[in-house]
Design a protein around this ligand. Structure first.
Ligand SMILES: NC(=O)c1ccc[n+]([C@@H]2O[C@H](COP(=O)([O-])OP(=O)(O)OC[C@H]3O[C@@H](n4cnc5c(N)ncnc54)[C@H](O)[C@@H]3O)[C@@H](O)[C@H]2O)c1
Length: 332
């Protein structure tokens, strides 16, 4: 599924523009690549397939023709990143290892891939005189403070190695915009969901994991009492935010902004809703002990993204959830 860009301010902006999407074979990156292709952009996808799949590009690769180039490789391979960066105008930096619990098990690997990888991308972008790097930051930066909604002026309080890597990268993006002739922007995504989100990993995000459980005839598994809440955000909103951020005529200067829907849903409500959508109300949730590093509640203030890049969510939670459940039904 891609956004209808008919009324978007950037609808005529990307035609024939060369872009690099790191992590472009992943969940969010593949939707972003697809939207760029549909806007006429030339897209290089750099992905080592450690989390994504080349099959995520299959549905739109045929209509992309020679405008889409897939390169299997790592953001840690500096000569490769340098080579791919030539003549690129915008970098959408999505490549990273996700998952809070896995980062608790492997902090050094997360440091290497997420932080060193990002600095590689920034160095190559700077050398190639890229106009703007847009970074996939994370709401996990806010930690577990009770204050809601989360506003960008709040202190960062990362509770896991994953969150800490994202905060470190935000600081690097800001520093690069300040010190060098390159502009950068940090989009703090809040629980993005949608088609192509990996349901098969042990660290799958909650909506993907619930879809897999319910379609497999199993009860959804909830860590904790399920009253934790999230600002679940359909992937088209994240794509839209990236396209707005790169397009912005004003300097962004490494500013951080929340990207979400501005609505909070508990994990219990989510499980009930998805079970009903799949006609499996009999599969009530099973509760497990809470996980280390998880936060209790999350809800975004959207004023800053509105003000800096003109962001408004384009697909609401219920519409996005219905489309997502439909997709998992088809592929599982
Ligand atoms: N999904 C969310 O809710 C969410 C929330 C906050 C932030 N983010 C961030 O958004 C970005 C995209 O997340 P996603 O949900 O699409 O995850 P994903 O795992 O589907 O996508 C990440 C992609 O990066 C690739 N990758 C990992 N290491 C790489 C490396 N060394 N070199 C090249 N490619 C590499 C993976 O193969 C994968 O395709 C990530 O940076 C993630 O941290 C996601």
């Amino acid at each position: 599924m891609t956004l209808s860009n008919k009324n978007a301010p950037y609808r005529n902006h990307y035609n024939n523009i060369l872009t690099l999407v790191t992590g472009g074979a992943g969940f969010i990156g593949s939707h972003l690549s697809e939207a760029l292709i549909d806007l006429g952009a030339k897209v290089i996808v750099l992905d080592d397939l450690s989390g994504g799949e080349q099959a995520n590009l299959d549905s739109f690769a045929p209509r992309a023709g020679n405008k889409l180039t897939f390169v299997k490789g790592s953001i840690l391979d500096r000569p490769l990143v340098d080579k791919l960066m030539r003549d690129v105008r915008y970098v959408f930096h999505q490549a990273a290892w996700g998952s809070v619990p896995r980062s608790v098990e492997m902090p050094e690997t997360y440091h290497q891939i997420n932080i060193t990888g990002t600095v590689n991308v920034l160095e190559a972008a700077r050398a190639a005189k890229v106009q703007r790097v847009v970074f996939a930051a994370s709401s996990s930066a806010y930690g577990d403070t009770p204050t809601l909604p989360k506003v960008e002026t709040m202190p960062v309080l990362p509770r896991s190695p994953y969150a800490a890597t994202k905060v470190a990268c935000e600081a690097m993006l800001r520093a690069y915009a300040n010190c060098y002739e390159i502009d950068t922007a940090c989009l703090r995504y809040f629980n993005i969901f949608g088609p192509r989100q990996n349901a098969n990993s042990a660290y799958a995000a909650v909506i993907a994991a619930f879809a897999k459980n319910l379609l497999g005839g199993q009860r959804p598994r909830i860590f904790g009492d399920g009253e934790q809440s999230r600002d679940f955000t359909f992937v088209d909103n994240a794509v839209h935010a990236n396209l707005l951020a790169a397009f912005s005529p004003n300097k962004i200067g490494g500013e951080v902004m929340n990207i979400a829907c501005g609505r909070r849903v508990t994990v219990n409500e989510l499980a009930t809703k998805m079970a009903a959508m799949l006609g499996r109300e009999d599969l009530t949730a099973e509760h497990l002990p809470p996980r280390a590093g998880d936060v209790a509640h999350s809800l975004a203030a959207l004023e800053k993204a509105r003000q800096l890049i003109g962001y408004e969510p384009v697909v609401d939670f219920d519409t996005g959830l219905a489309a997502t459940v439909q997709w998992y039904k088809q592929v599982m």
